[in-house]
Every structure is written in structure tokens, then in C-alpha cells.
Design a binder for this molecule. Structure first.
Ligand code: NAP
Ligand code: MG
Length: 399
């Protein structure tokens, strides 16, 4: 059989620890035998970030902008302990943060569903994708502990010196105070990314805030989304047969629980933080959560939502076999390959990605799985817990 050809390189961002081990095995077992893999390789492993003084991360993000599609392995975000462990000259920033800052994107997270690992919410039949706005609000707030009686005011001093004042509260005793902000520019990018991702995946888009209470702040989010939808996306949504739907956050929560799934739920920063943990836990396992960063100008970076699985890596270093789940990392590759196939008009590449995804799901549904899933298993076939490599070989056989 001839290998499937690619025309544009995929930006490949290698990473750290157990996921770096899986990365190589996934390529050897499931990709290279079938695809003439054309990638532009960036090693985002911590030693190479140290050697290049993190320039490699910036280069990788620029390449993502140039070619449009990247696949990324999980990477260590250094803390004090990692600085010692890897003998670092600096506590390098989170690669994901650096990439997000350069691409200016929104992260979409969706679970991989398999029969036998059932959502806690029994009517959820399709994945729910959470799109979290990752800028501003409470994460960039200024806070103040009010010591005693006094007046708190919002003061805005315009560039020309004009002051606008508004009383927040006349404190009669001690309390707390907080100042939040967001930017039209950031909200607009968030909205573009959400509309584009809905179109790219053919799913309805829901957006929720608390605009009845927050008549200026949250209302601005609602207006920006509505304005952009009317001006730039409505026709394309209608053509695709998908819907943009705005509702209050409390109404959205109730509807999400009653829903069958199969849509994107765009959330403000704090709502997305809380709701993504709730939704992902209710779907099953972190090891089955996919993640894609979509930039407002249409670049994509696919990855797994989990980290480098350090605890398993230390076992691996001692020569022990591990049963680490490679699903989310495989799906990062298939997501990126399918997108490359779509953009370059290579239907064989896209079809291969879909077949590989099906082989993965079928393997688990047949009862062969890694330890994390064996603990959650409720399927008909008895669960057989295998090592990561055995799992990849079982997928390959099925493929
Ligand atoms: P983690 O790597 O996600 O692992 C936390 C625990 O979750 C593991 O110990 C394991 O539980 C379970 N787990 C996660 N993925 C799994 C998989 N694929 N298969 C089986 N079990 C899995 O989070 P962490 O230990 O907090 O972070 C480790 C490193 O990853 C840190 O250096 C952090 O900076 C980095 N990180 C990177 C990213 C990213 O690049 N996107 C995201 C998060 C964290 P058991 O040990 O109980 O089996
Ligand atoms: Mg959180």
C-alpha cells in the first residue's frame, strides 16, 4: 500500500516526560507506517527550551501562524522544583501561555466518548465542547480589603484628563472591594474564534452571561457577539444549518443538563473555568479530554488537555511498564491531520484520521484499555487492562 502523501507541513511540537514517550510511540505505531508524515519539528521539551532560552517556543508559535495547523505534546510548566530538577537558568513561562499570547486564541475542550465509560448525566449522547474566554475579569482584577467606614468609587480618567466617577458603596464598616475589566478587542477575538469553530465543526454555538444583572459589563459581551454574528456569520450559519443561541448563564446550566450534547458552550473566563471542570468530570476522565486552540484568524493548535503525567514517567524511568492513556494525544494528531487534509484538499488524509479515531474507540469498546479507564468501565465486554504500548498495538491491529 502506498503511504498517504501530505502537501503542507504540520507544525509538530514535541514535549516532556511520559507524553514525550507516548508521542514517539504513537508516530511509530500508528502514523509513520501509513502516512508520508511531513512535519516541521519543534522540540518544546524543557532541555531544548533551556538551551534556546525559550526561543524554540516562539519559533513554533510563529510556524503555527505560517502554516495554520499544529499538533502539540504536553509540556512541563516550570516551577521552583523543576528549576532544580532540570538545572534551569530561568523559570521559563508556560509554553501554552506563550503560544496563546502569539496566536491570540480561544481553547475548545471536548471529551472523547466511548460506550462503557458513560457520562454521569445519562441523556448526554454527544460531546459538549466548552470554549473558555481566557482573558481578564476576575483573573486580572484588583482587590482591596476595606478596613472600615468610607466611600468606594469607580474613577475613570480618560486620556485627555476628564474624570468620570461613580459611587460603588458607602461603607459603614469593613468589607471587600474588587475592580474587574475586559477589552472589546479580546471579547471580539473570542467571539470570532467561537463562530469559526462552530462553522468548522458544524455544531450549534451557545453563549451565556449574566447580562440582566451586569447591564454594562456582561451586556457588552452579549452585544459584541450579537453584532459580529449579524454582520459576518449569520449567512454562513444558516447555510450550514447551525444555530447561534444566547441565553442567561443560569438558564444555560439548566439546558445543558437536560440536553443531549453535541454543541459548543462559550463561557466567560470564570464560568468556563468552573463549567469545564464540571463537564469534563461528568464525562469521565481527563485522559479522554481533547483540546484545540483556535485563533481569530483561523489557525489551529491541537493537544491533549492533560499534562505530562509525571507520576507515570518516574515509574517508566525505573524500567516499569506503565498503562498511560494515549487517547487524547492520538486525537490531537488526528484532529490536526484531518484539518490539514481539509485545508489542503487531501480527502485520504482526513479519512485516515477518522479511521484511526474509530479504531481507538472500537479498541476500548472491545474491552481493551489503559488502567485509568478500567477503573471506570461499565461496558459489556470484560475490561482487559494493558500497557500503553500494548494498547497502541491493539489499535494498530484494528486499524
Ligand atoms: P497530569 O500530567 O495531567 O497528571 C495528573 C494525574 O492525572 C496523573 O498522575 C494521572 O493520575 C492522571 N492522568 C493524566 N493524564 C493521564 C493519562 N493520559 N493516562 C492516565 N492517567 C492520566 O497533571 P500534573 O501531574 O498536575 O502535571 C504534570 C506536568 O504536566 C506538570 O509539569 C505541568 O506543568 C504539566 N502540564 C502541562 C499541560 C500542557 O502542556 N497542556 C497541562 C497540564 C499540566 P494517576 O497518577 O492517579 O494515574
Ligand atoms: Mg480550573
Amino acid at each position: 500500500m502506498d503511504k498517504i502523501k501530505m502537501t503542507t507541513p504540520l507544525v509538530e511540537m514535541d514535549g516532556d516526560e511520559m507524553t514525550r514517550v507516548l508521542w514517539k510511540q504513537i508516530k511509530e505505531e500508528l502514523l509513520e507506517p501509513y502516512i508520508d508524515l511531513k512535519t516541521e519539528y519543534y522540540d518544546l521539551g524543557l532541555p531544548e527550551r533551556e538551551r534556546t532560552r525559550d526561543q524554540v517556543t516562539i519559533d513554533a508559535a510563529e510556524a503555527n501562524k505560517k502554516y495554520g495547523v499544529a499538533v502539540k505534546c504536553a509540556t512541563i510548566t516550570p516551577n521552583a522544583q523543576r528549576v532544580k530538577e532540570y538545572n534551569l537558568t530561568e523559570m521559563w513561562k508556560s509554553p501554552n501561555g506563550t503560544i496563546r499570547a502569539i496566536l491570540d486564541g480561544t481553547v475548545f475542550r471536548a471529551p472523547i466518548m466511548v460506550k462503557g465509560v458513560d457520562p454521569v448525566v445519562k441523556n448526554w449522547k454527544e460531546p459538549i465542547t466548552i470554549a473558555r474566554h481566557a482573558f481578564g475579569d476576575v483573573y486580572r482584577a484588583s482587590e482591596f480589603r476595606v478596613p472600615g467606614p468610607g466611600r468606594a468609587e469607580l474613577v475613570f480618567t480618560a486620556a485627555d484628563g476628564t474624570e468620570t466617577r461613580q459611587t460603588i458603596n458607602d461603607f459603614k464598616g469593613p468589607g471587600v472591594l474588587q475592580g474587574q475589566f475586559n477589552l472589546d478587542k479580546s471579547i471580539t477575538s473570542f467571539a470570532h474564534s467561537c463562530f469559526q469553530y462552530a462553522l468548522a465543526t458544524g455544531q450549534d454555538l451557545w453563549f451565556s452571561t449574566k447580562d440582566t444583572i451586569s447591564k454594562q459589563y456582561d451586556h457588552r459581551f452579549k452585544d459584541i457577539f450579537a453584532g459580529l454574528y449579524e454582520a459576518e456569520y449569520k449567512a454562513a450559519f444558516e447555510e450550514k444549518g447551525i444555530e447561534y443561541f444566547y441565553t442567561l448563564i443560569d438558564d444555560a446550566v439548566a439546558r445543558v443538563i437536560r440536553s443531549k450534547g453535541g454543541f459548543i458552550w462559550a463561557c466567560k473566563n470564570y464560568d468556563g473555568d468552573v463549567m469545564s471542570d464540571m463537564v469534563s468530570t461528568a464525562f469521565g476522565s481527563l485522559a479522554m479530554m481533547t483540546s484545540v486552540l483556535v485563533s481569530p484568524d483561523g489557525n489551529f493548535e491541537y493537544e491533549a488537555a492533560h499534562g505530562t503525567v509525571t507520576r507515570h514517567y518516574y515509574k517508566y524511568l525505573k524500567g516499569e511498564e506503565t498503562s498511560t492513556n494515549p487517547m487524547a494525544t492520538i486525537f490531537a494528531w488526528t484532529g490536526a491531520l484531518a484539518k490539514r487534509g481539509e485545508l489542503d484538499d487531501l480527502p485520504d488524509l482526513t479519512a485516515f484520521a477518522k479511521k484511526l479515531e474509530k479504531a481507538c474507540v472500537d479498541t476500548i469498546e472491545s474491552g481493551v484499555m489503559t488502567g485509568d479507564l478500567a477503573g471506570l468501565w461499565e461496558g459489556e465486554a470484560p475490561a482487559r487492562k494493558v500497557t500503553s504500548l500494548e494498547f497502541l498495538r491493539a489499535i494498530r491491529e484494528r486499524l
